[in-house]
Design a binder for this molecule. Structure first.
Ligand SMILES: Cc1cc2nc3c(=O)[nH]c(=O)nc-3n(C[C@H](O)[C@H](O)[C@H](O)COP(=O)(O)OP(=O)(O)OC[C@H]3O[C@@H](n4cnc5c(N)ncnc54)[C@H](O)[C@@H]3O)c2cc1C
Length: 438
């Protein structure tokens, strides 16, 4: 069986990466950021070669005045954040996992809760070095076709060796956080959009709520705290940029990610989601929280993927709010009991041809995999999302059927054409690429 063995190589130099690509067998090669904890199959290559890029983990150049960093693609985002915070810079985009590398963040063009303000990760990349299938190392800049194919290109254009990134200036290592409850989905979307200029915003929906309460949620919005907002004499004021990785209390860590989906049946997952809503403050503003409390990029470098769950993340555009309503109603009626049901607004479309974000909304769910009829249920949601001009997130997917890809990603044809030209032998390949014929 081709899927039985995978050859994992951890290059420590460009030459080792190049020879791993040159010597890979017929099943080809793909790069991955870390130890294979990602949700989807984009960084897997059954029966072939996988390049674990965490060996290329050096930060080569730091321009502390301009906040520009040149680093190896295997540098973890949490390491970059820890290194740069004391200098007054933070990662411009942080996904909800501490394990993402710079290469993985570009390969999947990740987005965070600041997408409407900051765009996705590749928006902050000034240039990258790409090892292509012909063994060449190319410098790739924004504004070129190769950049558009590589940002969100799921590792299929080549191996990113280094990247030059512009970071976000911050005055403190703190966030000023507002929390409130939204009564239903309309209320939630209105609050998330109405003239809101705060940098971060996301909401956890309580999927146990039905009828008039459907879509009720706990909404959190935050901004980086300016220096003059810190109370004089406090520890924060004395060390405004000190970054202390924060371990969450074990019970909280379990609830937020460590509890396997197999132990988290419909009822228990639902109860936890409902509990979170009922125990949240009705409205609380101006809470000062260390960045490490809200960013897994600083708090949980070991990653927080919940085992035994299927991740489902989709986006629909503005004007398709009725589709979002229908899907949330269907999820509530299916009683999938997702503990994690996070809605975020998205801003403008990013440069990458296969980048996920589009101007509108994204909802991410962890659904216990053992629920009866789940596969058919999610296929139905895919069709609804595609019919609304939306898409599922390739970086977090392992089940989408190929027929819907081009509807969801209209630039997929350009991507395939460029790939055929750049890599005629099909050296770079992954389970995702095979499944979706990318
Ligand atoms: C708990 C959890 C929460 C998440 N939350 C979010 C979120 O909020 N927003 C979001 O956008 N995503 C999110 N994701 C998805 C995740 O951030 C992305 O998949 C990210 O790419 C992971 O980084 P990685 O370094 O592990 O890359 P991998 O998962 O290993 O790889 C991702 C893709 O990038 C490619 N790649 C990796 N390194 C390189 C390289 N050096 N050169 C070329 N290609 C490369 C791989 O081939 C693959 O196609 C989440 C994932 C988890 C597990």
């Amino acid at each position: 069986m081709p899927g039985d063995t995978v050859s994992v190589i951890r290059p420590r130099t460009y030459e080792e990466a190049a020879s791993a690509v040159r010597d890979c067998a017929a099943r080809g090669a793909v790069a991955r950021g870390g130890p294979g904890r990602a949700y989807g199959d984009a960084a897997r290559n059954s029966g072939g070669t996988v390049l674990d890029m965490t060996g290329l983990d050096r930060v080569h150049v730091v321009d502390a005045d301009e906040g520009i960093v040149l680093c190896g693609s295997g540098v973890l985002l949490h390491r970059l954040a820890e290194l740069m915070l004391p200098l007054g810079w933070f990662v411009p985009v942080a996904p909800a996992t501490g394990r993402a590398t710079v290469g993985g963040a570009i390969g999947a063009d990740v987005h965070g809760g600041n997408h409407p303000v900051s765009g996705s990760f590749s928006h902050h990349v000034l240039s990258l070095e790409l090892l292509t299938a012909d063994g060449e190392v190319r410098t790739v800049k924004p504004g070129t076709e190769l950049f558009a194919a590589t940002a969100g290109g799921m590792g299929l254009t080549g191996v990113i060796l280094t990247a030059t990134i512009r970071l976000l200036p911050v005055e403190t290592a703190y966030l000023t956080v507002d929390t409130e409850r939204a009564a239903d989905l309309d209320d939630l979307m209105a609050r998330l959009t109405d003239g809101d200029h705060r940098r971060y915003g996301c909401a956890r929906i309580d999927l146990t709520a039905r009828g008039a309460d459907t879509g009720r949620a706990v909404l959190t919005r935050a901004d980086h705290t300016p220096l003059d907002a810190l109370r004089t004499g406090t520890r924060a004021w004395r060390h405004p940029l000190s970054c202390r990785p924060r371990r969450r209390p074990p019970a909280l860590a379990l609830l937020s990610g460590g509890l396997p989906g197999s132990l988290l049946g419909r009822t228990s997952a639902g109860l936890l989601g409902g509990l979170r809503y009922r125990t949240a403050p009705r409205a609380r503003s101006g809470e000062l929280r260390p960045l490490s409390a809200d960013f897994p990029a600083l708090a949980a470098p070991q990653g927080t993927r919940r085992t035994g769950c299927v991740r489902y993340r989709f986006a629909v555009g503005h004007g398709q709010e009725e589709t979002l309503h229908r899907i949330v109603r269907r999820l509530a009626a299916y009683r999938c009991g997702s503990f994690h049901a996070v809605l975020q607004p998205l801003g403008d479309t990013d440069a990458g041809w296969l980048s996920f974000p589009l101007p509108g909304w994204t909802l991410a769910l962890d659904i216990p995999a053992a629920l009866p009829g789940l596969a058919g249920f999610l296929d139905g949601l895919d069709e609804e999302v595609a019919a609304a001009g939306g898409r599922v997130c390739l970086a977090e997917d392992s089940r989408l059927r190929p027929g819907l890809l081009t509807t969801m990603y209209p630039r997929a044809a350009d991507f395939r054409t460029l790939r055929a030209r750049l890599d005629p032998r099909g050296v770079f390949v992954s389970d995702l690429a095979r499944r979706l014929d990318l």
